[in-house]
Design a protein around this ligand. Structure first.
Ligand SMILES: C[S@@+](CC[C@H](N)C(=O)[O-])C[C@H]1O[C@@H](n2cnc3c(N)ncnc32)[C@H](O)[C@@H]1O
Length: 292
């Protein structure tokens, strides 16, 4: 069995993605038969969860501590009792992350109460952050929008980011959160949008006020796209840039119903990853890294 914690608001999308084999749904936690597999709409995946019967709050905390130090609670029932157990577990730092920064390296497990005297625990999870919630020390002055947080999250999870001087293209860049974040890394940014950039960001990049779809691809280390468009249109754009861009990070945006077929088409591009970031809305982040 594997546990998949749906991104908030996207349980139905996760259930559609997982298909047959759902054993139980507890709030946003889906218990699914079979080995773990990629699931874009899961914010955290619980590998090989085990059921642990216990007699008391102390007993439950002791059982978890005997497995490993760090645990994150995802409470689905018996919330008061779960909180009492959580209080007896070692403190897990919830300090917001700077950017760029390495991922926390100590293993973080997840657990929930199934009822008064049984818990479900997974020592290994896909995310290094409690319930996949990654928070940053925000910059309230520099960037003109909060969109930079999803770029920081994507690059932190990939543990890769543009190096000083590396050529980058940022498509759909206005008002300029991503361009600001990339320029701050010292990258050379060609920033493209039909709408103007915030005047504070414009001097940081080479700005082209035109359609992202009219740009003839050229060789770059990084292609970024946060363009609002149908997923199929983005897919065609990505395919044109693939021979020219070493690394690509793009937001796949959905209007109305989720286009699962388009999501699968992105996920099937060899070597790529498709995830719902904590900072994503009704959208997924697709990334392909080709290290030098
Ligand atoms: C979510 S916003 C981007 C936010 C930006 N990443 C930031 O950090 O501030 C989406 C942008 O896509 C742009 N856009 C929509 N169609 C476009 C097109 N055909 N070419 C270029 N930009 C486009 C919009 O003008 C809008 O600024």
């Amino acid at each position: 069995m594997t546990g998949y914690l749906a991104a908030e608001g996207f349980l139905d999308d996760l259930l559609t993605e997982l298909g047959k084999g759902v054993r139980e749904v507890r709030e946003r936690l889906v218990l699914h038969d079979g080995p773990a597999r990629d699931a874009a709409w899961a914010q955290n995946i619980w590998f090989d969860p085990v059921e642990i019967p216990f007699a008391s709050v102390n007993d439950a905390a002791k059982a978890l501590k005997a497995i490993q130090r760090n645990w994150a609670l995802y409470s689905t029932t018996e919330h008061r009792r779960a909180a009492l157990i959580a209080e007896k577990l070692p403190h897990v730092s919830a300090k917001p992350l700077g950017f760029p920064a390495p991922l926390p390296n100590s293993p973080l497990g997840s657990w929930t109460l199934l009822d008064r005297d049984r818990l479900l625990a997974a020592a290994r999870c896909s995310s290094a952050f409690p319930n996949g919630e990654i928070r940053f020390v925000e910059d309230k002055e520099g960037p003109p929008s909060r969109a930079y947080l999803k770029l920081w999250e994507a690059l932190t999870l990939l543990q890769a980011w543009p190096q000083p001087g590396e050529p980058c293209v940022d498509l759909g860049s206005s008002p300029g959160g991503w361009t600001w974040a990339l320029a701050r890394l010292g990258a050379h940014v060609v920033s493209v949008d039909k709408a103007p950039l915030d005047p504070r960001v414009e001097p940081l990049a080479e700005f082209r006020q035109e359609s992202a779809f009219g740009i003839e691809p050229f060789d770059v280390d990084w292609l970024f796209s946060d363009v609002v468009c149908y997923p199929e249109r983005l897919l065609a754009l990505v395919r044109r840039w693939l021979p020219h861009a070493r690394n690509l990070v793009c937001t796949v945006k959905f209007q109305g119903k989720t286009d699962h077929a388009a999501a699968r088409a992105f996920a099937s591009i060899e070597g790529s990853r498709l995830v719902h970031l904590f900072h994503n809305k009704h959208e997924l982040t697709w990334a392909l890294l080709r290290r030098r």
